[in-house]
Design a protein around this ligand. Structure first.
Ligand SMILES: NC(=O)c1ccc[n+]([C@@H]2O[C@H](COP(=O)([O-])OP(=O)(O)OC[C@H]3O[C@@H](n4cnc5c(N)ncnc54)[C@H](OP(=O)(O)O)[C@@H]3O)[C@@H](O)[C@H]2O)c1
Length: 271
């Protein structure tokens, strides 16, 4: 799998990471074992960055348990998400326990109370328990504020939604990230699964076969990563075979404009 540097200050990371929203929010032994199989297959396939948040129920704790035997091989991106200072301290203390005392990418989730949260994360970075600091938002209505944070010089990474249907970031966020040397992690590369429900037929995907694309999910992931301003896409899955399928999309060659236009047209229901 290709690796890219996650921004000027970031680590080198294989381009297919993994999200955990919903998929790892599991509450029984069977769910944990299913998630373990997903992590093990993802690791075998070369995936190295795993993203979570205290917003995702049990996912952040479960991910910590599953990554424990592999902690030195992986990068953990998680988040702090609360307007309350005492709760922020609890979230941070939990995450540091679950992830062996180190968070590689610590993000302010949905920009909640971002100035105060960045103050805290900066101290943790100076102490060496945080690698780089970032910020996330899923909603274009918050992108003016996200831009202000990006221009502040206080973050090294942003996590934003990007797929052929949700492409608002092309206007200002991706150019700004490139100008400031920020790492870009892409959430919702499959549109929260909405884009994969009605895949185009095999003949529509045939022109993409020379790019190593055999499935519609791979086409969507390769569409994202063919924009060099994007460093890591973090599709979520509860199925181990899909962790492998998705990782294959992290191998070059990358699409040119022609193939990106084809995928965008197919995603919008065109032929
Ligand atoms: N959504 C948000 O608002 C948000 C916000 C902040 C951060 N994030 C982060 O970004 C990550 C990714 O976003 P997301 O989880 O919302 O959406 P996503 O990754 O775009 O889509 C996940 C969905 O796609 C399906 N899927 C995965 N691989 C597939 C494949 N090869 N073929 C067909 N279907 C496939 C999964 O179903 P199966 O489980 O059945 O495979 C799941 O329902 C999150 O997990 C989280 O870590 C998300």
């Amino acid at each position: 799998m290709e690796s890219r540097r996650l921004g000027a200050d970031g680590p080198q990371v294989p381009v297919i990471g993994m999200g955990t929203w919903q998929t790892f929010d599991v509450h029984d032994a069977a769910g944990v074992e299913r998630s373990r199989a997903v992590v093990e297959k993802a690791l075998e396939a070369g995936t190295r960055l795993f993203d979570s948040s205290p917003m995702y129920g049990a996912a952040e704790r479960v991910l910590g348990e599953l990554l424990e035997p592999h902690r030195d091989e992986v990068l953990v991106a998680t988040k702090v998400w609360t307007p309350d200072d005492a709760e922020a301290e609890r979230q941070i203390a939990n995450a540091l326990v679950w992830y062996g005392g180190r968070i590689d990418v610590y993000q302010v989730h949905n920009l909640v109370e971002w100035r105060r949260r960045l103050d805290r994360l900066e101290r943790l970075r100076d102490d060496g328990s945080v690698g780089i600091i970032g910020a996330t938002h899923w909603n274009p209505s918050a992108f003016d504020e996200l831009e202000a944070v990006m221009r502040s010089g206080r973050i090294a990474e942003v996590q934003i939604p990007y797929n052929p249907v949700e492409n608002e970031v092309e206007r200002r966020i991706l150019p700004l990230a490139a100008d400031h040397g920020l790492g870009v992690v892409v959430m919702r590369p499959l549109g929260q699964g909405s884009l994969t429900r009605r895949p185009p037929g095999a003949s529509a995907l045939a022109p993409l076969a020379p790019f190593g694309v055999n499935t519609w999910a791979q086409a969507l992931l390769k569409w994202v990563l063919s924009d060099p301003r994007c460093h890591v896409a973090i599709p979520a899955t509860s199925r181990s075979e899909r962790a492998v399928e998705n990782a294959i999309a992290g191998d070059p060659p990358w699409f040119a404009e022609e193939e990106r236009a084809l995928v965008a047209s197919l995603a919008r229901g065109g032929g």
